[in-house]
Design a protein around this ligand. Structure first.
Ligand code: HEM
Length: 143
């Protein structure tokens, strides 16, 4: 009897009566984006873009950027299903003393798209990452 090839890459089999079809479980967004190197490059680029963005750069005047980059990286990595544990503050506490408006939030989102573009992450994957951040808006924005 000829054996079927093992379905190593398939996490699930969908079976109906005697028939099974492989269901490919999608890789986490973190790996589809390019993993640690790509996400770290995107966070570095975001900091370059946002510090040049006069709509929001003043908000970061007293921020310790090395720590900020590390925290943002681990947060995005964890959210995207990567092997990281975010150990920073929750979004409400982290932004509590900052005068952040919806316009500022939208500006940072635009900067994030630009940063992802510059490091070569596809628009479709950018949208998936941004969609994970969108629910945080209500905890970050004051007015
Ligand atoms: C979804 C959007 C955002 C995410 C995911 C995010 C994420 C973070 C993270 C992880 C930290 C570090 C938390 C910690 O220190 O424990 C942080 C801090 C900070 N964020 Fe955001 N942030 C967002 C939006 C914004 C916006 C729109 C602004 C301003 C335009 C902003 C300004 C800052 C500043 C200035 C700090 C440093 C605060 C400090 O040093 O005490 N963030 N953010």
């Amino acid at each position: 009897m000829k054996l079927r090839k093992p379905l190593a890459a398939c996490a699930l089999l969908l079976c109906m009566s005697a028939h099974c079809i492989p269901v490919h479980a999608e890789e986490p967004l973190f790996f589809r984006m390019g993993g640690e190197a790509k996400l770290k490059a995107a966070v570095d680029e975001l900091v370059v873009v946002m510090l040049a963005d006069e709509r929001i750069n003043f908000v970061f005047a007293n921020t310790e950027l090395t720590k900020f980059k590390h925290l943002l990286y681990t947060q995005l990595c964890e959210l995207a299903g990567g092997p990281c544990i975010y150990d920073g503050r929750d979004m409400r506490s982290a932004h509590a003393k900052l005068p952040i408006s919806n316009a500022h939030f939208n500006a940072l989102t635009e900067d994030l798209y630009l940063a992802f573009d510059r490091v070569g992450v596809s628009y479709s994957l950018q949208n998936q990452m941004i969609a994970l951040l969108a629910p945080m808006q209500r905890d970050i924005v004051k007015r």
